[in-house]
Design a protein around this ligand. Structure first.
Ligand code: ACO
Length: 429
């Protein structure tokens, strides 16, 4: 397509190229707009702004489609594993058998963290939120690898990627153990990624711990479903911080902070808290829905709505199905699942939600599975982060390796006071 957009402003016309993606998404390329015209664009919350081209993840929010490197999420959920998906996202293709073996082995061999780093945990209060601990620990990892974290060096990039994927679960499980006053359990190389995490979370030194294959499978599935979601708030944060050529540990640590918020990954914790509150307070589902519709109540139905999906989130569809299966297999009966189903049904038939195309998102049901696995509510967003890590890494790597990478630096339209002298300002003039 050789089409151009014409911008008419102040009697002048400017031609802007149209960019077409592989799935026929179209964009007006405004990269030369200011140089040509003196104008910038204004787009609060980036509702219409593409910040990059990307070959990692395709998302069609109107039709509820999600694909990693072209492969539908439903197929990856059924056939792949989390570490294979991580390879796919980061390197752009599925690994062959020996590549996968080497990849898994490299990750397995880097799971330990420096003993000195463990001493940082002591400084956190017992009830400190694990997302704060994760962000701090991941940024602190950089202090141990100052000789190998140059983002412009391909070898440094490779080893940093392995270290991050390997150490994230160890750091997360240690944070949990610290919060409950139990000794940390070291990783075991004979275990795979999910087994290792479950073992570090739930084993104690005094007795045998048997890893439940149902829990392992459920965890692997949830991690796959969370692995990437193109230019969301945390991935964009990772790109923005990484664009300054800060090291990858700093960039990922910032992504963790962005994910923490209740409008993003923090929603999975909020959903469980909301369901619990409905149960404990005796509020009806109808009352909760009414409250979420009141603009100034500052309350939203957590786990509902999405900036891009205006249809059922395909991940939520898979998770909802898995929730029944996992709870059934584990023999768990959870009253919160009944409330969630009632809430979903009521919201999906309520005009407010229908008109605004608000559907359950990935966070709505995931917490019920995490809860059945014994993962505490304040660790839910950490679990999301563990899943999202390969996506953040893939987004960062794609940006760093792009020949036209630029530091991310938005502009603004200034609406503050006009020039005023210090003396006049002091007088209140
Ligand atoms: N409950 C009640 N009303 C909602 C909800 C909700 N969960 N979500 C959106 N709305 C309403 C808004 O009040 C607004 O109404 P209005 O048109 O009358 O002003 C309208 O729907 C559009 O909402 P926006 O905030 O403009 O939509 P945006 O795309 O900016 O927000 C977001 C998307 C942040 C996810 C929003 O739907 C939300 O806050 N959901 C609850 C939190 C949540 O579940 N976050 C997880 C998202 S998925 C993820 O990050 C992994």
């Amino acid at each position: 397509m050789n089409e151009k957009a014409i911008l008419k402003v102040n009697g002048q016309e400017f031609e802007l190229p149209i960019i077409v993606g592989t799935e026929n998404e179209t964009a007006i390329d405004i990269s030369k707009l200011r140089a040509m015209s003196g104008y910038i664009t204004l787009d609060n919350g980036y509702l219409n702004t593409g910040a990059c081209t990307s070959a990692i993840t395709f998302l069609d929010g109107e039709n509820g489609i999600l694909r990693y490197r072209g492969i539908p999420i439903e197929q990856l959920a059924e056939k792949s594993t989390f570490t294979e998906v991580a390879y796919l996202l980061i390197y752009g293709k599925l690994p062959n058998e020996s590549e996968l073996k080497e990849w898994n082995s490299a990750i397995t061999k880097h799971t330990l963290i420096h003993e000195d780093l463990k001493r940082l945990y002591v400084g956190f209060p017992k009830d400190g939120h694990p997302m704060a601990i994760m962000s701090c620990m991941i940024a602190s990892l950089s202090t141990y690898y100052q000789d190998s974290y140059d983002p412009t060096n391909p070898e440094h990039r490779e080893i940093s990627i392995i270290r991050l994927l390997a150490k994230f679960p160890t750091i997360a499980a240690f944070a949990f153990k610290k919060s409950i006053g139990q000794p940390s359990i070291h990783p075991i190389n004979a275990l795979n990624y999910c087994q290792n995490f479950l073992n570090m979370m739930f084993a104690v030194p005094t007795e045998e711990y048997e890893i439940d294959p149902i829990a392992e499978e459920a965890l692997d599935l949830l991690l796959i479903l969370h692995a990437d979601h193109e230019q969301n708030c945390s991935a964009s944060t990772v790109r923005l911080v990484g664009s300054s050529l800060a090291n990858i540990y700093a960039a990922i640590s910032s992504g963790i902070c962005a994910l923490w918020g209740p409008r993003h990954g923090g929603a999975n914790q909020e959903v469980l808290e909301m369901l619990n509150e409905i149960h404990d307070s005796g509020l009806t589902v109808k009352q909760v829905i009414e409250k979420s519709k009141q603009k100034f109540s500052n309350f939203r139905l957590s786990g509902f709505g999405h900036r891009v999906y205006k249809n059922y989130d395909p991940r939520a569809k898979i998770i909802k199905k898995a929730t029944y299966k996992v709870l059934n297999k584990l023999g768990v009966k959870d009253h919160l699942l009944d409330i969630a189903i009632e809430l979903e049904e009521a919201a999906l038939t309520d005009d407010f939600f229908v008109e605004r195309k608000l559907y359950p998102n990935v966070d709505f049901y995931s917490g019920i599975i995490y809860r059945a696995l014994g993962i505490p509510v304040n660790m839910f967003t950490v679990m999301f982060g563990m899943g999202r890590l390969p996506g953040w890494i893939a987004q960062w790597k794609e940006m760093i390796e792009s020949p036209d990478m630029k530091i991310g630096r938005p502009r603004q339209v200034y609406v503050g006071p006009k020039e005023i002298s210090y003396d006049d300002a002091k007088k209140g003039g």
